[in-house]
Design a protein around this ligand. Sequence first.
Ligand SMILES: Cc1cc2nc3c(=O)[nH]c(=O)nc-3n(C[C@H](O)[C@H](O)[C@H](O)COP(=O)(O)OP(=O)(O)OC[C@H]3O[C@@H](n4cnc5c(N)ncnc54)[C@H](O)[C@@H]3O)c2cc1C
Length: 334
Amino acid sequence: MNDETGSEIWVFGDYRNYFQNRVTLQLLAKARDLSRKISARVCAVVFGCGIDEYVAEYAAHGADKIYVVDHPGLERYQIDAYVALMERLCRERSPEIVLVGGTGFGREFAPRVAKRLKTGLTSDCIELYIDDEGILVQTAPAFGGNLMAVIVTRDRRPQMATVRPGMFQELPHDYEARAQIVRIDPPADPPPERLRVIRSDRRPQTDRKLEDARIVICGGRGMGSKAGFRKLFELAQLMGAEVGATRPVVYSGWANHDALVGQAGKQIKPMVLFSFGVSGAIQHTAALTGAGFVIAVNKNPDAVMMKMADVAVVADAKQVCSAMIKELRKRIRP
Ligand SMILES: Cc1cc2nc3c(=O)[nH]c(=O)nc-3n(C[C@H](O)[C@H](O)[C@H](O)COP(=O)(O)OP(=O)(O)OC[C@H]3O[C@@H](n4cnc5c(N)ncnc54)[C@H](O)[C@@H]3O)c2cc1C
């Protein structure tokens, strides 16, 4: 129990794949829900360097309090340093529950923290609730998903879980929300690095299908050339999006037939659709009826695609694409 503030539920801020992966925001929403039953405060914990925008994002998505360790030595994720720091914070502040996204990062980080704290961890949870005794009940698939294991950590603290992305709905962004920010000094003597990261590159996403993608970037003849169109792949990689194309693009060999969106191609239903240099012929737009929020970029404000968009940007598509790539490169951490 934390003497200063009462019971706390912590959510570890994993922002490294922020645009693709909203699991931290989903966990903050779940933590809010859990906190009602045990009158706990919802806290985000975030490590890194120059991370104020994530701090603001967590405040807007349900955190009452945010522990921030902002230091150049934490710019890149280093497993030993991150684990030691989390262990220290948990020992000093005794959170009741610690939730971590079940990402590649979380699967590496959370078990090490749990081991050091000699507490239980349920990996890959798909449901969480608090029972009548105030204990966190964690449900996770077991034996290859053939049965659901219901797990509790009765005696040890914190109760720890990693949770699969997409299990819970994030709260809507609240611009008025304010959180208490607690800035923590970095460790004076960080553990020696057993592993040194020399460089890191983003892995291209090749295994997701256009039809199932949450974000799609569709490009048309307005991208001007094959080289211009290829910029959309770069943008898509940064956003975790899939690329779709109109028929002239496919016929010109700028994209494969797999990318064709429309009557002769695929039906898509992304939450967000970016449409670059697409006129909006019916054979194309017929496949967009399931799209959520649509942002179109076209130099012609009267193009049909611009009329059906939620946001219509009158501009050169290649320039907008390049500007977005530049901006995202600045904001996304390796
Ligand atoms: C039987 C049949 C089936 C078809 N099936 C499909 C299908 O499945 N999918 C499909 O997509 N099409 C299909 N078509 C083709 C369809 O009718 C359209 O011709 C096609 O969708 C137009 O593609 P587009 O928007 O890329 O090109 P265009 O119609 O040439 O439009 C290009 C757009 O880019 C804009 N632009 C130009 N330069 C710039 C710039 N620098 N910056 C910003 N904007 C710029 C222009 O203002 C214009 O709006 C089919 C047609 C037929 C007859």
